[in-house]
Design a protein around this ligand. Structure first.
Ligand code: SF4
Ligand code: SF4
Length: 367
């Protein structure tokens, strides 16, 4: 049976506050039936609080309304959680316990050492186990509150990426990034300008006396700063292994959700300020398409499928791509595939194959 997804369209029918997205958000939350899920329970709201100069993460308005509705529905405790560094800096982007109406906790403790280990069976390539964040796994209910955007390594970030890369430790994030398959360097293209070496945040790169680029993969976090900064395009992620990255993320997501069955997880994707890259980059770039709205439901596969279906390449806003970029690939492919050369639906298929849900959905519009 198709999953039912609530959909609040961003565009109002008339220019009145009651028809705008803020009011629709409240009505959508009222229709989610929160009480049967959260009453008397501890609720973790996992979101990305962003970093540095990024301001296109989910606006505190939406988080505060959600926290208020969870409390009204009888939740015993509500807290927002994210990676430790993002929590430490959250105040710089307007997220405080006062503005959100609840505590903000580092997802795996302030030292990133509060986690539960889950084996991946059978192992997936180099991924044998994942470290699931303690604050999330110790909650009774999980609200996966995700900002939807593009992503250089896997094309798309939504509900699954919010969990698999954000509700795990830094060590597991690195293990997942490692599935992307390393880096290739072209000696022929390189002019030895050293920009890559100087801009690697993890000091993972150096040149030998013979002019060979050496990458110390123990330190490399696969952040791709070197890939993007190289003026000669001499460095690239190797092997087209992005599907393995998505497969790894799907396994981490499924491991997290195994702790919240049955029916103790809610998924909310905000399709607003859809930017080309993820929120980890510490900056905000132009939105690619007009704001679409908010999706909510109880099936992660269905919500990811519907999210991607609602983002149309034809709606690309002129001038929104980074300077010098253009759409490529076959016409009719998804916008994120035409930008990042990676099929964003791979994560949907991977999650469905793992039994995390099903892609069929029915949208119920919240007026
Ligand atoms: S940034 Fe590119 S061109 Fe410059 S040294 Fe690194 S690989 Fe070579
Ligand atoms: S991917 Fe990031 S961490 Fe790895 S070598 Fe490049 S800049 Fe350094």
């Amino acid at each position: 049976m198709a999953a039912q997804l609530l959909f609040a369209r961003y565009a109002p029918k008339t220019l009145e506050p009651e028809n705008a997205i803020g009011a629709k958000w409240e009505r959508l939350l009222d229709r989610l039936g929160l009480a049967r899920t959260v009453k008397g329970r501890r609720v973790a709201v996992k979101m990305h609080l962003g970093g540095d100069r990024g301001f296109s993460t989910i606006h505190p308005f939406f988080v505060r309304r959600l926290v208020g509705k969870l409390k009204e529905a009888g939740a015993a405790e509500v807290f927002v959680t994210d990676m430790p560094g993002n929590v430490r800096e959250a105040v710089n982007r307007g997220y405080t316990s006062e503005t959100l109406g609840c505590a903000i906790l580092p997802v795996a403790g302030s030292a990133d050492k509060y986690f539960y280990t889950r084996k991946i069976a059978p192992p997936f390539r180099t991924l044998n186990e994942v470290h699931l964040a303690g604050e999330v796994m110790d909650a009774d209910v999980l609200v996966d509150l995700a900002h939807v955007k593009g992503h250089g390594a896997c094309a798309f970030g939504g509900a699954s990426k919010n969990l698999s890369m954000g509700a795990v430790t830094g060590a597991t994030r690195t293990d997942l990034h490692r599935l992307e398959g390393g880096l290739d360097w072209s000696k022929a293209k390189c002019t030895h300008c050293r920009k890559c070496v100087e801009n690697c945040p993890n000091r993972a790169m150096s040149f030998t006396e013979a002019g060979e680029l050496e990458i110390f993969f123990h330190h490399c976090k696969y952040c791709q700063h070197c890939v993007l900064i190289c003026p000669q395009h001499a460095i690239r992620i190797a092997g087209g292994r992005y599907k393995d990255f998505q497969q790894g993320m799907a396994r981490a997501t499924a491991a997290i959700l195994d702790g919240f069955r049955p029916n103790r997880a809610l998924f909310i994707n905000l399709l607003m300020d859809i930017t080309v890259w993820c929120d980890c980059w510490g900056m905000t770039t132009p939105q690619l398409v007009p704001d679409i709205g908010i999706l909510a439901g109880r099936d992660i596969v269905a919500i990811e499928q519907a999210t991607l279906d609602l983002i149309r390449a034809d709606d690309l806003i002129p001038g929104s791509l980074p300077a010098g970029w253009k759409l490529h690939g076959r016409k009719g492919a998804h916008l994120f595939e035409r930008i990042h050369s990676k099929d964003p639906y791979e994560i949907v298929r991977a999650l469905a194959a793992l039994g995390a849900g099903a892609p069929e959905y029915r949208l119920i519009e919240v007026e």
